[in-house]
Design a protein around this ligand. Structure first.
Ligand code: PEP
Ligand code: CO
Length: 489
């Protein structure tokens, strides 16, 4: 009798195809039906990690050498998985709780991670802000807050034009450090597939640190709470958040007064922190697609959660095709132009089994429109009985250009869109499940307003984003306290 070799996740996916087809025990919760061990699409086409190539793929770089691309993707295909199936499934279960109104999602991080600003300090400070926000939200909602970073893989950007005119010359647009460099010269802007490997390596190092921080003393609830007390005490305006901060303080004292040894309760010292990014560069995502040796399902090992952007969510496009076949929880950005019918068709393609927590609809509609545009969409999804998570991205439809020409966002517009999101859900009777924020732990000057009342003439001081303007640490924590007040109301 021959013994089956134990399988480790992280195989070459070609090899996985062979394993899957012979094993014939596919249990993936995917769009297609399992026919003789293969996933069949409703139209008879077979899903595979590379089936997206049969569809039109928007926003892909023009790689100058297909040989160099193949060399990079071949190496990526044999690299170890960045995330493990068990963690992906745990996130899916936690998002299922959000879909039923029993948890809240906080998804946050950089617009576009940078190869140049990569340091342990930057990662730590970003995590710190997200943890601080989560504590305020957890207390106010009285519910678990699921923490998902836009981190460890958020290196690619969709662009409104494939080229940019600089000093009279058309250069390829900057598409994120996974593809090219933002410097305005032809060499820097030429897509380089070796950057796919660098993105993988930086994601791997980032994950190592995130895992250490989220399971070590750094994520300790009492530390995080003390940072929030410092935030409240640090300015006269911050005092308006004293009430919630003091209540959390009292709750913690109450727990210890009851004789519960804070030091011995594991959940007060560690957090589950997940990673996510936009699944934009499909050669990268395909190369990191693995089969789970236990369930036989396909998953994208580049992050726990992947999302499809507003510019690439075409029903018959390559991105939707790719995401329809992986078992990771997925997000979809939706802007004001989506119609209820289009939305239902997209949900059917991405989540035909209607699995709670599988699909997060991330609305990015704009503060002026949200109260008109969102309710009919909520009504439709409610009537269809689709178990989605609703999350609000109050960033991407509130970008303006300052007189200096810099892209910026007003803190008040961001807050206003979240208020509109809560109001729309209240009107329809659905759960405002979470928010999706672009932020950094650094003291940047990219968005206007907030407690420190950042003004247009201060934007140039520390404007370091390679793409969209992010909330700085203080603006992010203030936003969380404001949303905490909404959740209590
Ligand atoms: C983003 O999240 O960085 C982004 C580009 O968003 P959207 O697809 O909503 O424009
Ligand atoms: Co952005």
């Amino acid at each position: 009798m021959t013994q089956t070799e134990p399988q480790a996740p992280g195989f070459d996916h070609e090899e996985n195809v062979a394993n899957l087809q012979t094993a014939g025990k596919h249990t993936a919760k995917t769009a297609g039906k399992l026919v003789s061990g293969k996933i069949m699409e409703p139209d008879g086409k077979e899903w595979s990690p590379s089936s997206w190539k049969l569809y039109s793929a928007a926003q892909q770089p023009e790689w100058p050498s297909l040989d160099a691309l193949e060399s990079a993707t071949t190496r990526l295909s044999s690299m170890p998985a960045l995330v493990m199936p068990a963690d992906v499934h745990r996130l899916q279960d936690e998002l299922a709780r959000v879909s039923t109104g029993n948890a809240f999602l906080l998804q946050a991080g950089d617009c576009s991670e940078s190869f140049d600003e990569f340091s342990a300090k930057a990662i730590r400070d970003k995590l710190k802000v997200i943890l601080q926000m989560a504590v305020a939200l957890t207390y106010a909602a009285g519910l678990p807050v699921i923490k998902v970073g836009r981190i460890a893989g958020q290196f690619a950007k969709p662009r409104s034009s494939p080229t940019e005119r600089v000093n009279g010359t058309d250069l390829p647009a900057f598409r994120g450090h996974m593809v090219n460099c933002e410097l305005p010269d032809l060499l820097s802007r030429t897509p380089d597939p070796e950057r796919l490997i660098s993105a993988y390596n930086q994601s791997s190092a980032t994950l190592t640190l995130l895992n250490a921080f989220s399971s070590g003393g750094f994520a300790d609830l009492s530390h995080v709470h003390s940072w929030n007390l410092e935030f409240v005490a640090s300015s006269k305006q911050g005092k308006r958040y004293n009430k919630i901060a003091n209540e959390i303080d009292q709750a913690l004292r109450f727990i210890s007064a009851c004789g519960i040894e804070m030091d011995s309760v594991e959940s007060l010292h560690r957090v589950n922190f997940y990673t996510s990014h936009e699944a934009l560069i499909l050669h990268y995502e395909e190369s990191l697609t693995r089969s789970d040796p236990f369930s036989g399902s396909w998953y994208d090992s580049s992050a726990h959660m992947l999302w499809v952007g507003e510019r690439t969510r075409q029903l018959n496009g390559a991105h939707v095709e790719y995401l329809s076949g992986i078992t990771n929880p997925i997000g979809m950005k939706i802007g004001h132009t989506v119609t209820p019918d289009e939305l239902v068709a997209l949900c059917d393609k991405l989540d035909p089994q209607r699995t709670p927590g599988r699909l997060t609809l991330i609305t990015r509609i704009g503060h002026a429109r949200i109260e008109d545009v969102l309710p009919p969409l909520l009504e439709t999804i409610k009537k269809e009985g689709l178990p989605v998570v609703w999350a609000c991205d109050p960033m991407h439809a509130n970008t303006i250009t300052a007189e200096s020409g810099r892209k910026t966002r007003r803190f008040d517009d961001i807050l206003q869109e979240i208020k509109g999101f809560f109001a729309a859900h209240r009107e329809v009777g659905t759960w405002p499940g979470g928010m999706h924020i672009e932020l950094t732990g650094d003291d940047v000057t990219e968005c206007l307003g907030g407690l420190d009342d950042l003004a247009e003439d201060q934007l140039h001081l520390r404007y370091t984003t390679t793409c969209d303007p992010r909330l700085n640490a203080r603006q992010s924590i203030e936003l969380a306290f404001q949303v905490a007040e909404m959740l209590r109301a």
